[in-house]
Design a protein around this ligand. Sequence first.
Ligand code: TYM
Length: 341
Amino acid sequence: MQTILTGVRANEEPTIGNFLGAYKSMVNLAHEHAADSNINMFVPDLHSFTTPIDHSKLYAQVIKGIKYYIAAGLDIDNPNIHIYRQSHVPAHSELAWILDCFTPFGEASRMTQFKEKSEEHSNAVTVGLFNYPILMAADILLYDAKYVPLGEDQFQHLELARNIGIRMNNKFNEELFTIPAPEEEQVKFMHLEKGLRIRSLVDPTKKMSKSSDNAKSKISLNDNPAEAAKKIMSATTDSEGIIRFDMINQPGISNLLTIEALLNDRDIQDVIADWAGQTSYGDLKKKVAQTVESFLTEFQEKVAAVTDEQIEAVLQKGEEYANRVANAKLAQIQRAVGVRK
Ligand code: TYM
C-alpha cells in the first residue's frame, strides 16, 4: 500500500498558507486515496525549536495542531489514516543520525531555507537549524512515503530526502527506502500546475509566513474572522487597474484569486475567468474577504468541536501504528549499516 505523508510544525499559529499548502492538499488526497493508501499526518514537534520558542507553550500547541488536522477534515475513523507526534516515535531521531552520516556537508549547506533563517536569527544559529532537513528526510523515508504534499518552499528539502534515499539504496545495493516522487509528479498528484505559494498580504512578492511579526501580512487560523476580512480588504495590490492572473506583474491580485479559488474548492482557471477584465479591485477584495471570513468561522467551529477524548484515542492508535512501521524500517537500516544482526 502506498503512503502519503505530511506534517506541519507547531511552533507558531498556522496560516491559510499552511492550510492550503499542506492541510487541505492532504485532506483532498485522503478523500481520494484513503481506501488504498496510508495517510500519515504527523506533528513534527522536534522541528519546533530549531529557532528559539517559548517551551512552556509547546505542548499545548502540538495538541492544537492535532485538533487542526481533525478539524480540517481527516476522517479519524478510517483505519488507514494515522495521526501522530514525531517526538513520540523515537525512530525518527535515530534514523536522522544515520542519515546525517550519509549526507555530504556541502549538499546540506545548499538549503536556501537555512540560509534565510540563519540570517533572520543570526544570534541563534544552532546545529539543529542546519540539521532540520535531514530529520525531515527521516520523517519521510521511515514510512516509505511516495507522495508528500507540501507548499513550494519545502520542495528543496524533499529533493534532499530523495538524494539521501537514492544514495543509501545504491550504497547498500538494496531497496532500503522507497524514493519519494520528484516535485513535478508531486504537484500533479495534488492536482496543481505548480507548487503552491500563498503570498504575504503586505508584500505579495514574498510568501505568507507564519513566523512574520507583521500580523497584517498573514491570515492565521485563529484570527478573528471579521478582523481577517479587514486584512484582505487592505491587502497590497497594484496600480494596473485590471484584474488578471499574473504572478510576476500583479502578485497581489493573483494571490487573492488563488485564495478565492482554493478556499472554495474551485478550479483556479474558472475563478480567473469569472473575474477576467473586471476593474474593481474593491469588488474582488470584498468577495475574498467574505470567503475568508466564512472559512475561518466554520473552521474554528470545527476546531472547538474536537474533544480531548478524540485526541487521546487518535494519538494512541496513530502512535502505535507509527512506532510499529518506523521501528521495523529502522531495524532494517541498522542491519544494513552493520549495527544489528
Ligand atoms: P512548515 O511547518 O513550515 O509548513 C507546513 C506546510 O505549509 C506549507 N506552507 C505553505 N504553502 C503555501 N503557501 C505558503 N505561504 C506556505 N507556507 C508554508 C509548507 O510548504 C509545508 O508544506 N519542514 C516542514 C515540516 C516537516 C515535514 C516533514 C513536512 C517536517 N518533517 C516531513 C513533510 C514531511 C515545515 O517546516 O513546514
